[in-house]
Design a binder for this molecule. Sequence first.
Ligand SMILES: [Zn+2]
Length: 243
Amino acid sequence: MTLKTSSLLLIFFFLAGLTTACKKQVSVLVVVGGHEYDTTEFFEAFHSLEDITYDSISQPDAMKLLASDQALDYDVLVFYDFIPDMDLKDSTVFLYLADRGQSMLFLHHSICTFQRWDGFADLVGGRYYMPEFGADSLLWSDYKHDIELEVNITDSNHPVTQGIEDFTIMDEGYSNVGYMSGIKPLLETDHPFCSPVNGWVNTYEQSTIVYLMLGHDRHAYSNEAFQKLLVNSIHWLSIKQTQ
Ligand SMILES: [Zn+2]
């Protein structure tokens, strides 16, 4: 190796190191609890997400943290909890976060949380109607495990879907899901046991929201497209948070 080549290599490694050091890590709080899931595989998937660091907290403790200003220190809140009977007084927590413009990503069964408060459906952008909470039987949603969903990207120019082609995923489907007006659909499927729109963007008060219906178990967590959707959503939401 000549002196010139080795000098160039040194400069290259210096710049590469500088780029890595300057690359912003997005901080995420992952809220879980109230539903069984493949815990190890779920956090393994999160651990591998590029330029993302996370803390996790389980319900009901999560509500105390979310009610404090500490929650606003995170770039993005990720909800993977399932608390259908959440107390109506906790709506103030979500209203506070939305008023501050906190970005939030809701995954899979978190759409079932807060059945008693219509505002939660407005926040997430949709509702899974559980029979136990008095909705008209015509509205009841349903689920089916281990189905192969063909997912179509409806807007490939959106930052959340950037670099993702139409894909197939083994996952759980939710049917008869209610959609709130104003959502922007990003993912669609024509599977008979799944509602047609299974991923969208929403805004609520000052907050930007992403909902991904996908993510029941390890089959979904290990799906490359699902992982890319997580990375894209979190990075995009972190930018919306700072705007
Ligand atoms: Zn599930």
